[in-house]
Design a protein around this ligand. Structure first.
Ligand code: BEZ
Length: 211
C-alpha cells in the first residue's frame, strides 16, 4: 500500500552521491523533503535539482534536509551533477539516492505502473522529526515542481504544529490564519490575544501568531 499521511516513513539503507546512508540516522532531528525524479540527463529533472540546490539555505533555515532519488546508477548521478553545475548556476549540494534496485521507490510507492513501469514519478514526501509523513505530492514527468510551494507547505506544517491554527488557500508566511474549529471562542480569547474576525462561526480569521 502507498505511504499515506500520518504513516511512519519507511527507513532504508541507500547509496547516495554523498556516500551510503541509513535514512533515519541521516535524518536525525530534522524535517526531511524526500523527492524522486524520473530519470538522469533529462531536462526538467536537471532544472529541478538546480532549483533545489539554490533553495538549500531556505530549507536549512526551516531545519529541513533535502534528499533526491532516481533509479539510475551512482556513476551517472556523479556525471549528471557536472551538467547541473554547468547549466543551472548551482552545484548539487544535497544527496541524491541511486535507487537502482528500486528498494526505496518500492517502499514509498514512487513507481506508478500506469504512468511508467520503470521510471519513478515526481513524488514529494515531507517527513517530520518524529519520522511521520506529513505531506505528499505527486507530479507527472512532464511537469516540473514548484519548490517555493514545498517551502510554503513546510511553513504551514511548522506553524500549525505549534499553534491551534490552519492556513487558508494561498497562505504565505506572515499572512492571516484561521483558528482551528476545535478551539472554542472562550479558549480562543486566551490563545489569540489580538482577537479575530468571524466571517462565519466556523471561519475565524486571526493574525499569524508570532508575526
Ligand atoms: C524530464 O525531466 O525532462 C523528463 C523526464 C522523463 C520524462 C519526461 C521528461
Amino acid at each position: 500500500m502507498a505511504v499515506q499521511l500520518g504513516d511512519l516513513a519507511p527507513d532504508f539503507v541507500a547509496q547516495t552521491t554523498e556516500g551510503p546512508i541509513r535514512f533515519y540516522d541521516w535524518a536525525g532531528e530534522s524535517w526531511i523533503v524526500l523527492f524522486s525524479h524520473p530519470k538522469n540527463f533529462t531536462p526538467v529533472c536537471t532544472t529541478e535539482l538546480g532549483a533545489v540546490a539554490k533553495l538549500k539555505p531556505e530549507f536549512e533555515r526551516r531545519n529541513v534536509k533535502v534528499i533526491g532519488l532516481s533509479v539510475d546508477p551512482i556513476d551517472d548521478h556523479h556525471r549528471w551533477a557536472e551538467d547541473i553545475r554547468e547549466t543551472q548556476g548551482a552545484a548539487l549540494n544535497f544527496p541524491l539516492i541511486a535507487d537502482q534496485d528500486r528498494t526505496v521507490s518500492s517502499l514509498y510507492g514512487m513507481v506508478h505502473p500506469n504512468a511508467s513501469d520503470t521510471l519513478t514519478v515526481r513524488s514529494v514526501f515531507v517527513i517530520d522529526p518524529n519520522k511521520r509523513v506529513r505531506l505528499t505530492l505527486t507530479y507527472p514527468a512532464s511537469t516540473g515542481r514548484n519548490f517555493a510551494e514545498i517551502l510554503r507547505t513546510v511553513d504551514s506544517l511548522q506553524l500549525t504544529d505549534s499553534h491551534s491554527v490552519a492556513t487558508p488557500a494561498d497562505w504565505q508566511q506572515g499572512a492571516d490564519v484561521i483558528i482551528a474549529p476545535s478551539v472554542s471562542d472562550e479558549e480562543a480569547k486566551a490563545r489569540f490575544p489580538k482577537g479575530w474576525h468571524a466571517l462565519k462561526p466556523y471561519l475565524r480569521v486571526t493574525p499569524q501568531p508570532g508575526s
